[in-house]
Design a protein around this ligand. Structure first.
Ligand SMILES: NC(=O)c1ccc[n+]([C@@H]2O[C@H](COP(=O)([O-])OP(=O)(O)OC[C@H]3O[C@@H](n4cnc5c(N)ncnc54)[C@H](OP(=O)(O)O)[C@@H]3O)[C@@H](O)[C@H]2O)c1
Length: 334
């Protein structure tokens, strides 16, 4: 590859004596893995998985030192694959990016061509990363609800973890499509933010935590986008109405689920898994195209804050504490 002598900035997570530190370091392009396409990253974004990688979670990243960042958007600098050429604007999300492959929290990435989505017309690099994996996941979850024939106008759709990255984007998409949205949040001071995104009603987490052991609860939701899991997912399933759809996206409360089978066999509720990581390329392209056209969020500018690489460490701390609001865009242009 050409252009392999330049230095660039990246967040590097290092392990020393069982604890993990992170700082901005200077790296060289030669240190990147040899892959088909070298990309100058312009923007990235912060997702929960990045924070797990940054704190040393071996389920996400097995080897350190490491540069996290599961999202990147930028310009192709060099390519040995005919599908991409110098100057192309591209998006890379998921696969192994930012897990064990140096990720978007560095100004350059080197990736297999099969991971790359050409930037769709109608989206800028910046907009694609305001959306990022969180928005892609939310859109994928909402598509499952739409394709499951849940129509706007019925009972509301509930979104849990509503001020988080996936949750806030889900509120935005659902309200834009005309669904009535009930947003569940633990943040009492963020109700106006959620109303701005289009939530009709905002409730505390107690609304979706029921420990009564009742097999079925009063049917409240036509569908749900759950980003939390655990007791909250269990409750939401038991609160969902006949033929409703529960899209399971996240595991903030852990990875196990204990629930009743009655919502499934008496109400026909469907529990749908959402996995943005291994979503196949045709579906991935379909979702990004939708995001650039019919589903492009009109209020995208309301949902993000922009930070530099140097400011990112603090934001990683906030997301680990469940205190992030909306999306964090990372600017790597400088
Ligand atoms: N399936 C996929 O492909 C996929 C893709 C991306 C992310 N995810 C997963 O989705 C989840 C959310 O990711 P994200 O990037 O949106 O993270 P995030 O921005 O940190 O959002 C998570 C939200 O969960 C709520 N929360 C935090 N602690 C909680 C607790 N103890 N009990 C109940 N609610 C709590 C908070 O919202 P409120 O304060 O508003 O309640 C928080 O903002 C993560 O588990 C992530 O791994 C999955």
């Amino acid at each position: 590859m050409n252009n392999r002598s330049s230095e660039y900035k990246a967040i590097v997570v290092r392990e020393a004596h069982g604890s993990f530190t992170r700082s901005v370091e200077t790296k060289t392009i030669e240190q990147l893995p040899e892959n088909e396409v070298l990309i100058r990253v312009h923007y990235s974004s912060l997702n929960y998985k990045d924070a797990l990688s940054a704190m040393g979670n071996r389920g996400v990243t097995s080897g350190y030192p490491h540069t996290p960042g599961i999202d990147a958007a930028g310009i192709v600098v060099d390519s040995t694959d005919d599908r991409f050429k110098e100057g192309d604007e591209v998006i890379v999300t998921s696969y192994d990016l930012g897990m064990d492959t140096p990720g978007g929290f560095g100004q350059y990435i080197s990736v297999p061509a099969n991971w790359i989505v050409p930037l769709p017309e109608g989206l800028s690099l910046k907009e694609s990363m305001i959306i990022g994996t969180a928005g892609f996941t939310a859109a994928y979850a909402v598509m499952k609800i739409v394709e499951g024939d849940i129509k706007p106008g019925g009972k509301p759709v509930v979104v849990t973890g509503a001020t988080g990255g996936v949750g806030s984007m889900a509120v935005l998409f659902l309200s834009q499509l005309g669904y009535r949205v009930v947003a569940i949040t633990g943040k009492k001071d963020q109700h106006s933010f959620l109303r701005t995104l289009g939530a009709e009603e905002i409730s505390g987490r107690d609304r979706v935590i029921d420990r009564s052991n009742k097999q079925l609860l009063s049917s409240s939701w036509s569908a749900a986008v759950d980003t939390i899991g655990g007791d909250i997912l269990d409750t939401v399933i038991r609160q969902t109405t006949h033929n409703g759809i529960v899209a399971c996206c996240g595991n903030v409360l852990g990875h196990s689920l204990k629930t009743s089978i009655y919502p499934f066999i008496l109400r026909g509720v469907s529990l749908m898994g959402v996995d943005s990581g291994i979503c196949l390329m045709p579906k991935r392209m379909e979702i990004w195209t939708k995001l650039s056209k019919a589903w492009k969020p009109k209020k995208l500018h309301e949902i993000y804050r922009e930070v530099s690489l140097e400011e990112l460490s603090n934001e990683i701390g906030l997301i680990l504490e469940g205190r992030q609001i909306g999306r964090v865009l990372v600017n790597l242009l400088d």
